[in-house]
Design a protein around this ligand. Structure first.
Ligand code: SAH
Length: 228
């Protein structure tokens, strides 16, 4: 054991091999993900490098996993579904993600958009995500330690905003970053109850105003105010 590098050990176990990732892609197809650009991005990003070594053998299971600081990496289906909704069949120029966590969704988005801005409120996770993204040599990503439930104090114009933490209400301060025709995707608590059911919600900035669609039931850690 001791003489093999980590990657070779894991590859030897066979649970983090490209074949395992290909099986994940097949499962995503069966679960209804049809956007080939998103499926190719999910196939390109090695999910096991985003979780602790002890959890790497579960990295391609369709489950959320702990990433420290009481937070989780979202399950593959959720990441694919949100990316697919954000893309909505379009080529994306810039995307804003709220809730970087370990950076997995950020990396997937970096394969479907020209540039990804991602904001995380926990400083230690910003550092962790930065390590992961650097190891994948993804250079079209900007990370920020900040509170994405409020205005970011930035000049940004993005085609899509992906909020990856459960909100009790729409973070309307972010809508001004959307270009016309832009779309926000977020898990929104139903009835404003943060412990209850959340549903993936899509808000489209149309010429006639905001159009809202309520989609799949999901479970996310909460969108919290302030920095940590
Ligand atoms: N996108 C991640 C999901 C991480 S979990 C993935 O690919 O798996 C959600 C993350 O949102 C947590 O890291 C949490 O700290 C962060 N978060 C919660 N509230 C936030 C806020 N107001 N601003 C920025 N990040 C926030």
């Amino acid at each position: 054991m001791g003489t093999l590098g980590d990657d070779r050990q894991r590859a030897g176990i066979g649970m983090t091999s490209p074949r395992t990732r290909a099986r994940m892609i097949e499962r995503l197809r069966e679960q209804g993900i049809g956007d080939e650009v998103v499926l190719a991005a999910m196939n390109a990003v090695p999910r096991h490098i985003f979780v602790d070594e002890a959890l790497a053998i579960r990295a391609y299971d369709d489950v959320p996993l702990p990433i420290g600081h009481g937070q989780t990496i979202s399950q593959p289906w959720v990441v694919a579904r949100m990316s697919e909704l954000a893309r909505n069949g379009r080529d994306l120029d810039a995307v804003l993600e709220i809730g970087t966590g370990c950076g997995y969704q950020t990396a997937v988005l970096a394969h479907v958009a020209r540039h990804v801005y991602s904001v995380e409120r926990i400083a230690a996770l910003v550092a962790k995500a930065r390590r992961h993204l650097r190891s994948l040599k993804l250079s079209n990503v900007s990370l920020k330690h900040g509170d994405g439930s409020h205005d970011l104090g930035e000049t940004l114009a993005v085609d899509a905003i992906v909020v990856t933490a459960g909100a009790t209400h729409v973070p309307t301060a972010l809508l001004r970053y959307l270009t016309p025709g832009g779309r926000m995707v977020l898990p929104l608590a139903q009835g404003g109850d943060e412990r209850g059911v959340q549903r993936l919600t899509v808000l489209d900035l149309t010429p006639a105003g905001l159009r809202e669609q309520t989609l799949d039931a999901v479970r996310f850690v909460p969108l919290l105010p302030g920095l940590a």
